[in-house]
Design a protein around this ligand. Structure first.
Ligand SMILES: [Zn+2]
Length: 113
């Protein structure tokens, strides 16, 4: 399960970051997940809850912001949101695109005390 290994990695990063920030308790973790990552937010939340049960992060709230795919046309310079994974410029019909957004898998913030 893809999401389980991602959850494990996020837990590792958050635990390190929490100790760096001297947080005794992490209450909320904000994630940014691009549509192109193929990560299912519900599955990730579930994997996270399953993996944190016996750690210091048990009960932490996960807020996931889904990042839509955005592209930039190399032919005409048009910047647009890619709908339904159709990688074609709506202005000129070119398929020569630069993906500018949608591949993120980032920890946006860690909140706690
Ligand atoms: Zn174009």
């Amino acid at each position: 399960m893809h999401e389980l290994s991602i959850a494990t990695e996020i837990i590792n990063i958050v635990e390190k970051e929490a100790s760096r920030q001297h947080l005794t308790r992490v209450e909320e973790i904000g994630l940014k997940i691009g549509a192109l990552t193929g990560v299912n937010p519900d599955a990730l939340t579930f994997a996270f809850e399953a993996s944190t049960g016996d750690t210091s992060l048990a009960g932490v709230v996960i807020k996931i912001e889904k990042i839509p795919v955005k592209g930039e046309c190399r032919a005409c310079g048009n910047a647009f949101e890619v709908q339904e994974f159709v990688f074609i410029c709506p202005e000129c019909g070119s398929s020569d695109l630069k993906i500018s957004q949608g591949e993120e898998l980032d920890i946006d913030y860690i909140a706690g005390q």
